[in-house]
Design a binder for this molecule. Sequence first.
Ligand SMILES: Cc1cc2nc3c(=O)[nH]c(=O)nc-3n(C[C@H](O)[C@H](O)[C@H](O)COP(=O)(O)OP(=O)(O)OC[C@H]3O[C@@H](n4cnc5c(N)ncnc54)[C@H](O)[C@@H]3O)c2cc1C
Ligand code: FES
Length: 253
Amino acid sequence: MIIETATVLSTERAYEGTYITWFQGPGLSTNVEPGQFVMVHCSDEGVDPLFARAFSYHRVEKDRFALLYQVVGKGSGWLAQRQHGDLVRMYGPLGNGLRLPERPGNLLLIGGGVGIAPMVDMAERAVAAGHQVVAMMGARSAAHLLPASAWPREVEYVTVTEDGSAGPKGFVTQHLGKYQEWASKIYACGPNPMFIALADALRWNGRRQQPEILMEENMPCGWGMCYGCAIFTKHGVRLCCKDGPRFNLFDVF
Ligand SMILES: Cc1cc2nc3c(=O)[nH]c(=O)nc-3n(C[C@H](O)[C@H](O)[C@H](O)COP(=O)(O)OP(=O)(O)OC[C@H]3O[C@@H](n4cnc5c(N)ncnc54)[C@H](O)[C@@H]3O)c2cc1C
Ligand code: FES
């Protein structure tokens, strides 16, 4: 784990309520696995909010990396106001990332809302390693979707919206259809209700794909010290930050 003060390169609105900030931070950009995360101190004095906030790596390029985040409270609101040249203290990379299959295969990446953030890094690495990739994003409406331009051009991007304004209407887990049959491996990140629905959808014929999920429990410390992120799994209690955030879907749901 590296503790580093990263320099903000840019902050831009990505889509409704969601921002992307690029940082320069050589230590934090090294040896990163897709699905790992950083803990960001989202305040000038380090007092309010007191605890650092967890964000997944969205993209990594040489000594730079990007975070894609939804503004939901004080910390993420503070981050969205950082501009070129601002300094931000953080530590990472943390947790266990997603694992790419050794042999090229058909990978289905599923993101619910801002759970799509780590899937872009995953897609870039998967394409570079020769995998076929379909990325599915579920969102409230067209305004809440990551733009297609965020993906490598080799990726087939499928969108599902709750109001039907872009792609089929409903939840992403209701429209896996032919993509689930096509996939040799499935990865997902999103809220727990999405994982419950995904487990229901895959329970009978999705076990062969050994779905890997990234869980986003609240994490006060991020490295196994506070036990604030403990969850019950079929193998006992696990810490989301240290034992995860990657879990096998069926070990948890
Ligand atoms: C491993 C990990 C990776 C994450 N990656 C991303 C990411 O890439 N992009 C992103 O936008 N967010 C991500 N999150 C969620 C992010 O950490 C929270 O949104 C952030 O901590 C909110 O901080 P805040 O101070 O802005 O809001 P707060 O004031 O702390 O909270 C505002 C609201 O958000 C809720 N909230 C806080 N933390 C979480 C959480 N972990 N999950 C769901 N709801 C939460 C609170 O209950 C509250 O209702 C990740 C979380 C984890 C644990
Ligand atoms: S966040 Fe502290 S132990 Fe996981």
